[in-house]
Design a protein around this ligand. Structure first.
Ligand code: GDP
Ligand code: IMO
Ligand code: MG
Length: 428
């Protein structure tokens, strides 16, 4: 059973790109199973820093296949731009494949995303405006175009015509936006199609053939547990199943193939966009500012400042439950160095009731007051540590505490952005 799922346990930006790149050497194939160009996964290797939005981070590892699964949505302009950048840096991308069943992000999806956010006013979600929600809406509505439709111009035109017959009145009458013609879209998309054609595959067949050959597959999640459409802080979520179950439906591989689920958690917490965040620190708070600046907590996709807060063990416990985590990777431990004390949230209190798991009702979660334990910090720079026993005692204790509170073993610890800045405790 050689498949592993890597999943974000918080609100995204946990360092999934770094951990994927780090462990990809053990895998013959890295597959993304959900999301679109809203992901911002940073990989730093051999002095190169790359931010990937659409293409799986595993592409940085030569020899491995990099698959965009059927559960993903594909923005051809972003995919081709990333391909050009990667190839310009000598990364061949020979192993890149894209599922014919993945849906295509069209220009009108981006228009609708922006217009809907504007319409929501102060209740806006704070999306990345990459057209993600409207593209998944069309998928579920059965009015979407799929990557395989690009293989045949006649079919592409027919489906586009039907899609525009539905979408143009919404653009015009609901949002007072310009409409599109088939010709207009074909002008840019037919050349895209020519470039994308060689990468299109039936990815479920490909992945199952690899498994039959006893090859190892890593499923790279984008976004995170708390942004999952079913299990996250709805409606302040993304429009796909980021949790481990999404790896099954988003790739066409049966659940019995999955052996390990590696959860990635930041040693503190960040969130981009609106929605509840019980351990949030204000920017005026010295620690909030410290985490923002020392952790360079600015969005990879939109450049927005990330909201920062203390590590929330309730959230990671919830992630352990809904994903069935077998291992944890704790990232950015180095960022906490220099603080006198560090807080961990172990429960919430709301209207006199104590919650040790994420409350089912959103309004309770919104008003939840975190209950903290406070532990001593460390002053040393730990970014050069490569062995658990080289860490200061307080840092080791912090990791042990995270392990105890989550009930999941901490197998990897990241102490800097570079591939080498990692401590391997149990990952093999
Ligand atoms: P992702 O979306 O989960 O892949 O994470 P992002 O790439 O959006 O954000 C994580 C940021 O933290 C990136 O800039 C990484 O290079 C950086 N990073 C990852 N791990 C570490 C770490 O252990 N220490 C430090 N200082 N930076 C890290
Ligand atoms: P990675 O993969 C952090 C957030 C947005 C917004 C909500 C919905 O880098 O962790 P969407 O554009 O998906 O409709 O936005 O989800 N969001 C992310 N936050 N990291 C991401 O990706 C995100 N992708 C979406 O900020 O709150
Ligand atoms: Mg990111």
């Amino acid at each position: 059973m050689p498949a592993t799922v890597l999943v974000g346990t918080q609100w995204g930006d946990e360092g999934k790109g770094k951990v994927t790149d780090l462990v990809s050497g053990d895998f013959d194939c890295v597959c993304r199973y959900q999301g679109g160009a809203n992901a911002g996964h940073t990989v730093v290797a051999n002095g190169h820093k790359l931010a990937l939005h659409q293409i799986p981070s595993g592409v940085m590892y030569p020899g491995a296949l990099s698959v965009i699964g059927n559960g993903c949505i594909v923005d051809p302009s972003v995919m081709l731009e990333e391909l050009d950048t990667l190839q310009g840096q000598g990364i061949t991308c020979e192993g890149l494949r894209v599922s014919g069943n993945a849906h295509i992000v069209m220009p009108y999806h981006k228009d609708l995303d922006g217009a809907h956010e504007k319409h929501l006013g102060k209740n806006l979600i704070g999306t990345t405006k990459r057209g993600v929600g409207p593209c998944y809406m069309d998928k579920m509505n059965r009015t979407g175009l799929r990557v395989q439709d690009m293989l045949d111009e006649k079919i592409f035109r027919q489906k586009l015509e039907a899609a525009l017959a539905y979408t143009n009145p919404i653009l015009e009458k609901v949002y007072e936006l310009p409409t599109y013609t088939v010709e207009q879209i074909c002008e840019t998309f037919l050349p895209y199609a020519e470039r994308i054609k060689p990468y299109i595959v039936e990815s479920s067949k490909l992945l199952n053939e690899l498994l039959a050959e006893r090859k190892n597959i890593l499923f790279e999640g984008a976004q995170a547990t708390m942004l999952d459409i079913d299990h996250g802080t709805y409606p302040f979520v993304t429009s796909s199943n980021c949790t481990a179950g999404g790896a099954v439906t988003g790739s066409g591989v049966g659940p019995t193939n999955i052996q390990r689920v590696l959860g990635v958690a930041k040693a503190y917490l960040t969130r981009v966009g609106s929605g509840p965040f019980p351990t949030e620190l204000s920017e005026e708070d010295g620690v909030g500012k410290f985490l923002l600046e020392k952790g360079h907590e600015y969005g990879v996709t939109t450049g927005r400042k990330r909201r920062c807060g203390w590590y929330d063990a309730v959230v990671v416990n919830y992630a352990a439950r809904v994903n069935g985590l077998t291992d944890l990777a704790i990232t950015k431990l180095d960022v906490l160095g220099g603080l006198d004390t560090i807080k961990i949230c172990t429960a919430y209190e709301c209207d006199g009731v104590e919650y040790t798991t994420v409350p089912e009702h959103q309004s309770v979660f919104y008003h939840a007051k975190p209950k903290f334990i406070e532990v001593p910090g460390w002053k040393e720079d730990i970014s050069g540590c490569r062995n658990f026993y080289d860490l200061p005692r307080e840092a080791k204790d912090y990791i042990d505490l995270i392990e105890q509170l989550s009930g999941v073993r901490v197998s990897l610890i990241a102490v800097g952005p570079d591939r080498e800045q990692t401590i391997n405790r149990h990952w093999d």
